[in-house]
Design a protein around this ligand. Structure first.
Ligand code: SF4
Ligand code: SF4
Length: 321
């Protein structure tokens, strides 16, 4: 078998004379737990219906206390399917009262789970920005990645959001997320956005604001897939070959921090999945954290960071360049 190798990410960036630092805190991203109604092949959270980890009300109150004193203007709520956390509504409403912009990362199909039909109206009332996964505009590709019937239910959910004014009213932002199948890297974001807009409008009458392209991160379920296929090294080499130093000043961790369901704090959602807690053996929790603990701090990097810096770069809000 051919042996493949690449330079460690930390070495690569020090060759560029760069050390990643969080220079400001714009966004606090909070993972409410691993419970999800789907089991997608590329999921970097290993979420699914069998998972029981959920952020408690006590920890949610610590998040809100932190936000009340923080410069972070945006609360970005993710999961699993964060809507399935029993304290989800409370968190959104209280964050809105604090004057924060609230983003919810929704898998769309959760709207059809028992007791979740209120969501489109609730999102509108709170002017929640919805970021929704839709890895293609064809049923075949979406269902292969996300499960049988997911495409059709996603389309129905998008229609419900459009009925509320999402994608049309400037205050009701609906963004979609694309991630490529298998080991491919995403194509040009603006071209793909154009294709999505044409296809979703023509086939289903759906409108949305922007498409974010994401690189599949070599962690959790996608890492297991790569290992099963014997493609881990090949994928890492592909990412490393596409390394783009111009993305370094824009990667998410320079302005974001991430909190897990237990309240531990990380440099980003991906470091969270790898349990790379800020503070190491004396981990920082959101209960004790202040902006000063997070701003002007060095970020912990590892080789998965190549996923954020390949080609045009990748982040929770799409391409960086
Ligand atoms: S990718 Fe999103 S929708 Fe799919 S299993 Fe993971 S958390 Fe759930
Ligand atoms: S994975 Fe991306 S966001 Fe996270 S620390 Fe690495 S470069 Fe920063």
């Amino acid at each position: 078998m051919e042996t493949v190798s690449f330079t460690q990410f930390s070495r690569r960036i020090s060759q560029q004379g760069v050390m990643l630092r969080r220079t400001r805190l714009d966004t606090l991203q909070v993972n409410l737990g691993k419970l999800c109604n789907q089991t997608c092949t590329h999921c970097h959270v290993n979420a699914g219906p069998g998972r029981s980890e959920q952020m408690s009300l006590e920890t949610i109150d610590h998040v809100l206390d932190f936000l009340g004193d923080s410069t972070a203007a945006t609360l970005d709520i993710t999961g699993g399917a964060p809507e399935l956390n029993p304290n989800f509504r409370y968190l959104v409403e209280e964050a809105v009262k604090l004057g924060k912009r609230v983003i919810v990362r929704s898998n769309l199909t959760v709207i059809f789970e028992q007791g979740q039909g209120y969501l489109p109206g609730f999102f509108r009332e709170n002017k929640v920005e919805v970021i929704a996964s839709l890895p293609c505009y064809t049923a075949e590709t979406v269902d292969a990645q996300r499960g049988d019937g997911v495409f059709e239910r996603s389309i129905q959910a998008l229609k419900k959001l459009n009925e509320q004014g999402y994608g049309d009213d400037p205050e009701l932002v609906l963004n979609l997320v694309y991630n490529p199948p298998g080991m491919s890297l995403p194509g040009d974001q603006s071209k793909l956005e154009e294709d999505y807009k044409k296809a979703l409008q023509a086939d289903h009458g759906i409108v949305f604001n922007h498409l974010f392209t994401l690189t599949n991160m070599p962690i959790a379920r996608f890492a297991e897939y790569l290992a099963r296929e014997g493609e881990t090294d090949a994928y890492m080499c592909r990412l490393a070959e596409a390394f783009n130093p111009d993305t370094l000043e824009l990667v998410m961790c320079t302005g974001l921090a991430s909190v897990d369901w237990e309240g531990y704090v990380y440099d980003c959602d991906f470091n969270q999945m790898l349990r790379m807690r800020i503070g190491g053996a004396r981990p920082l929790t959101i209960k004790d954290a202040t902006d000063a603990d997070l701003i002007d701090r060095r970020v912990q990097v590892m080789d998965h960071c190549y996923g954020c810096t390949a080609g045009p770069g990748s982040s929770c809000t799409g391409a960086l360049r």
